[in-house]
Design a protein around this ligand. Sequence first.
Ligand code: HEM
Ligand SMILES: Brc1ccc(-c2csc3nccn23)cc1
Length: 391
Amino acid sequence: MAHSEASPMEGSNRILEEYHINEVVGFALPHPLEELPPAFEGWIRIAKSLPELIDNGQLREEVDQLPTLSIDELKGHRLQRLAHLALGCITMAYVWNQRRDDDVKEVLPRNIAVPYRQLSDKLGLPPILSYADCVLANWKKKDPNGNMDVLFTFPGGDCGRGFFLVSLLVEIAASSAIQAVPTVCSAVQHQDQKALEKAFEAIAESLNNARTYFQRMQNFVDPNQFFNVLRIYLSGWKNNPKLPNGLLYEGVSDTPEMFAGGSAGQSSIFQCLDILLGIKHSSGKGSPAEFLQEMREYMPPAHRNFLRSLESGPSVREFVMSRGNEDVRNAYNNCVQGLVSLRKFHLEIVRTYIVKPSSNQQHGGENRGTGGTNLMEFLKSVMKATENAIL
Ligand code: HEM
Ligand SMILES: Brc1ccc(-c2csc3nccn23)cc1
């Protein structure tokens, strides 16, 4: 690990800041901006009006009329994240438009493809809408008492707002677990059983709290709107029969390129806890481990590096198994159980929001998730691997 990068083993919150992890919102972007400089008003205007423009058939025409803008004026991480999010939403709307299989765009025009790729390269993010865009940076405080709202959404009524905000609330609730990660690493390094037990207790409590937010999904998101509308706009162009060669980014490359659709496999919280607790997912070609590893490439680089540095440290699980006292082992198991409960509840949500609505479809339900995975198999495997980690 590069000497300039602090390792979580040094056990200070300074480390988390260095990896762009915020003590209140965790991996989410703190205080996202909502406005771009005046020259970019067209991007914001269109991104803010996707449902209306798509429904009245004007979206693609509006996008085609945008000027090709230089991104030089977009200084700073937050401005670039807002622009990347706006262009990501516009790109999904432009490609999928009114969700007709015979009306999918295979070429993204240069006036958005060129700045979109430049911003993606600057941020180290993929040129497709990702979890880091749509969940982590797509929010604002609506009023002084902390109610939140999304910046952009898609057709499907309140479905997108609910899906993105509930995911964000789970991320924020689980962020206190991430705050305990340097303490766990330091306690293992110093073989401090009491400190380790306390840090595990904080993680377990955080996961139980996060689960209560998960339950809000049913109140805000309609399963049929999710399955038949929103899910289409989050689909990507890797192994997608609707775009078998991928998407051509005009003015950027001569051949079409493939990028996976949005997935919460791109959530750093869950991958971070899997690493910390030593939860190993099944590996091999087309395996959950391979999919989750690939999804790291869609995360902000700082978060990807945090996961790497965590992976390079001593095994917490080994320490608990070989030297942990009974209290430490129980506290460790409560953390694993917290992740199992979240993943079991998530499986119920997926049955309600994907499996059931897809069985109502005439073609017997394509068993694919937003990330294009054979989802139930993948999710059950991930949940079982978590359960198997209980000592
Ligand atoms: C309507 C609600 C939801 C649906 C239909 C849904 C669906 C899915 C599907 C199909 C996958 C498989 C991978 C993929 O294709 O992306 C997945 C993965 C995942 N989802 Fe969701 N999801 C929902 C809500 C949430 C929420 C609120 C969270 C919390 C942040 C979440 C966290 C995850 C995680 C972490 C994974 C990766 C697998 C894992 O680590 O367990 N999901 N989800
Ligand atoms: Br883009 C985008 C990508 C992923 C998500 C998301 C939030 S929770 C969840 N489970 C599966 C996907 N997913 C939302 C927007």
